[in-house]
Design a protein around this ligand. Structure first.
Ligand SMILES: [Zn+2]
Length: 110
């Protein structure tokens, strides 16, 4: 408690102390960069594993932080995390990057 209050007073980001590591879009983006660089997708360093990807429909991820599958669906083209019930969590950030990546490279995983 004390540490969190201090962080707030100092104006520094509280995100680091959040127990849900993928709580912002930026963290999801960073996680995606990590994922891209990993040769072994099941690497322990990656917090996110891509389980399934259906273009413009939904993305199924596995989040090792919360140890559960996460579904990010698309509502009118905008990603929406059904697990967090949010459009600005790390899973959404990851899904946006994933979509851009495949749009650019014009290929599918597998
Ligand atoms: Zn989420």
């Amino acid at each position: 408690m004390e540490r969190k209050d201090k962080a707030r007073l100092s104006g520094k980001s509280q995100l680091i102390e959040n127990d849900h590591e993928l709580s912002t879009l930026d963290l999801g983006t960073m996680e995606f960069m990590k994922w891209l660089m990993e040769e072994n997708r099941e690497s322990r360093d990656c917090l996110i594993v891509v389980k399934d990807f259906f273009e413009n429909k939904y993305v199924i991820l596995y989040d090792k932080c919360i140890r559960q599958s996460v579904i990010v669906g698309y509502r009118e083209g905008m990603p929406w995390c059904m697990t967090c019930n949010a459009d600005d969590c790390g899973h959404v950030g990851f899904a946006i990057c994933l979509k851009q990546h495949f749009d650019r490279n014009d290929h599918i995983i597998y």
